[in-house]
Design a protein around this ligand. Structure first.
Ligand code: MSP
Length: 663
């Protein structure tokens, strides 16, 4: 069995997981599931990057310690990976002792190679990137090219790594191993960067306290990237008392070690990390695979931009497999892709509800009607098996090439061929005209076996769905192993399982109108006009710059924060329904001389006319928003009883004049 070791980046704990983090992790999970399915000896690692200035700052802003913040965010990651059926074999945290031992060992080897020295260090530093920039890379205002925030001039004594020594060895490695950086465009980018020459790299910080103390350099902590990159081997026990896993997954000849990353961190993985390894005399990864970004409104989805999509509402409404499928199908691995609710629903209805769901239920229903069980006569000579052989080859080649969308297209083509076969053989007619014959058994065997094999090919992407399909056709609901890809695995004359609709169709228009409950995603626009979202969702997730708040109950804010919110009383002077919405009302309110228009999600409980003259409380200093095409300049406060309850307006005694400040 050939070793296959896949890793994701370890995620910072100053943000809660969003679609970007989930994407790389699902890719890693699907790739590892595929390798397990074809019989490789697999291992899959993910984890969290918990040291550094950013985490220190985020913790301080929340009035907590870095480790308490990390613990909370890690719980969230575990919970989410459970929901998405991520089968990671390990979860590394850089605050673990096993990690620190390994980092110390790597540094000792780099030191022994004569690649470390201490020198003064000055430069423009972006604390969000945890990286120095040269003058050339900054604009006139010295703003970070990634975050757009001002860099600080920093000056301190640091430990340096002789990166300049490794330009030639790295170039030689890229030349000799074209698969080292993928896709090809990224390889070209990395090579051109290294050809431009490499400066030595500062690998310690003296002003940061939250990190691993630099061995032999009192007062310095290990630079967060040297610390973080080492996780890929420390998690295998490198530097610990038992290096069995390390030898099996990192040193075994013929084994594959694949780092799956976003293109934002390519340089760290394709230049610095291999240079550290070369210096330490350790083997290099076989491939650094950099995928593109999920964009929203044409910008990289990220916490600092404030346009992230969190997975919760989607998973709640559609289940984890629909999102797993969408992310893997929609993005061409290596390129950027836009995330939109519309695209998600189109794929959900067309690909999942229609193509996949209908094929499975149709074939299961035909077996049920004809025999009340699976067919009892196998068949090895039919159009389905003829279509399967090339489909399997194409699927396998695409999976080995990380071309996930191509692999899925192949499965969908195969589903189309199964459907075509059923339509052309007309088993319903045959049953009516000839009854249950061997011929009918063989036709439905071919169709059902085709469906089973489609489910096996889909299992790396949609494990729960695959298991439900297996159950429908009398197989155990378990993840498949290598024999499952062979024609002939369908149990004969077995009882059929329950065939509940895999992906019930969604009425898109009703969905967008909000009739269907929670919206698909959090919008990057300002919050809706009542404390509950107008579509009736729960409290909106943390806004763009909000620190992670895994539990609203224990995230206290200072009085100064509360005072930033200008709450005033207002009298409703006019109210009407927002066209095409069941929940939204357009209100005109008097704020004591100033009139405003705002939109509130209270139509289910209040008739517009009944609101006129009432005194309510309004957040007056919210940025304006647009809801269902209507401008909303402020937000009415309302209380919601329980989950999903209808909001009740907070009313003020009629003797309080409009425009009074609420504190
Ligand atoms: N902690 C570092 C990585 C250290 S690895 C030794 C880090 N963490 S991160 O939390 O910012 O996560 C970065 C990774 O998350 C990206 O490389 C990518 O895998 C994923 N994504 C985050 N935002 C993304 C998108 N908008 N689109 C796709 N993936 C992105 O960097």
């Amino acid at each position: 069995m050939r070793p296959y070791y896949a890793t994701t980046p370890i995620y910072y704990v100053n943000d809660l997981p969003h679609i970007g983090h989930i994407y790389t992790t699902i890719v890693g999970d699907a790739a590892t599931r595929f390798h397990r399915l074809i019989g490789d000896d697999t291992r899959f690692l993910t984890g969290t990057d918990e040291h550094g200035q950013n985490i220190e700052k985020a913790a301080a802003a929340q009035g907590t310690t870095p480790i308490a913040l990390a613990d909370r965010v890690v719980r969230r990651y575990h919970e989410l990976w459970g929901k998405f059926e991520i089968r990671n074999d390990d979860f590394i945290r850089t605050t673990e002792a096993r990690h620190a031992w390994g980092v110390e060992r790597i540094i000792a080897r780099i030191e022994a190679a004569g690649d470390l020295y201490t020198a003064p260090h000055e430069g423009w530093y972006c604390s969000s990137c945890e990286a120095f920039y040269t003058e050339k890379e900054l604009d006139e205002a010295k703003r970070c090219p990634v975050h757009g925030t001002p860099c600080q001039w920093e000056s301190e004594e640091n430990v340096f790594f002789r990166l300049s020594r490794y330009a030639q060895p790295l170039l030689a490695h890229y030349e000799a191993h074209p698969e080292f950086v993928r896709p090809e465009t990224r390889r070209a980018e990395v090579m051109s960067f290294v050809r431009g020459g490499l400066n030595d790299l500062s690998v310690s910080r003296s002003k940061v306290r939250w990190g691993i103390p630099f061995p032999g350099r009192p007062g310095q902590v290990v630079y967060v990237w040297l610390d973080a990159l080492s996780n890929y081997v420390t998690a295998l026990g490198f530097g610990g008392s038992d290096e069995v896993l390390y030898r099996r997954y990192w040193e075994e000849p013929g084994g594959r070690r694949v780092h799956l990353i976003g293109k934002d961190i390519l340089r760290f993985h394709a230049v610095y990390w291999p240079a550290f390894l070369l210096s330490a005399g350790l083997p290099l990864p076989t491939t650094v695979w950099a995928h593109g970004w999920w964009l929203r409104d044409a910008r990289k989805m990220s916490k600092s931009v404030g346009n992230v999509v969190r997975p919760d509402a989607l998973v709640e409404r559609f289940g984890p497999d629909a999102l797993r499928y969408f992310l893997m199908r929609e993005m061409t691995f290596g390129q950027d892709s836009n995330f939109s609710d519309e695209a998600f629903l189109v794929r959900y209805n067309a690909d999942l509800a229609n193509d996949l769901g209908n094929t499975v239920s149709r074939v299961a229903a035909l077996c049920r009607q004809a025999f009340g069980r699976t067919p009892e006569e196998p068949c090895r000579d039919n159009d389905v098996i003829r279509a399967y052989r090339p489909a399997l080859e194409e699927w396998r080649a695409a999976m080995e090439d990380y071309a996930f969308n191509r692999a899925l297209e192949t499965v969908w083509r195969f589903l189309g061929e199964i459907n075509g076969y059923v339509v052309s053989r007309e088993p319903w007619k045959l049953r009516k005209e000839e009854g249950v014959t061997g011929k009918l058994e063989r036709i439905l065997y071919a169709a059902a076996e085709g469906v089973r094999l489609s489910a096996v090919m889909l299992s790396p992407f949609m494990p729960a769905t695959a298991r439900r399909i297996f159950e429908t056709f009398g197989l155990p609901a378990a993840d498949p192993g290598p024999p499952a890809l062979k024609w002939g695995g369908l149990p004969l004359a077995a009882p059929l399982g329950e065939a509940a609709a895999l992906f019930p169709r969604v009425d898109t228009a009703a969905y967008f109108e909000g009739k269907e409950g929670v919206p698909v995603t959090e919008t990057p626009t300002p919050p809706p006009a009542t404390m509950t979202s107008p579509q009736g969702g729960a409290t909106p997730p943390p806004g763009p710059e909000a620190p992670p708040q895994p539990s609203a109950a224990d995230a206290r804010i200072a009085i100064e924060d509360f005072q930033k919110v200008r709450l005033v009383t207002a009298r409703v002077v006019a109210a009407e329904r927002v066209p095409k919405s069941n929940r939204l009302l357009k209100l005109r309110v008097d704020l004591g001389g100033e009139e405003r228009q705002l939109v509130a999600g209270i139509a289910a409980k209040y008739e517009p006319e009944s609101l006129i003259g009432r005194s309510v409380v309004v957040v007056a200093n919210l940025k304006p928003a647009r809801l269902m095409g209507v401008d909303s300049d402020g937000m009415v406060l309302a209380a919601t009883v329980g989950e999903g309850g209808e909001p009740s307006l907070l009313e003020v005694a009629s003797d309080v004049p409009p425009g009074s400040r609420v504190k």
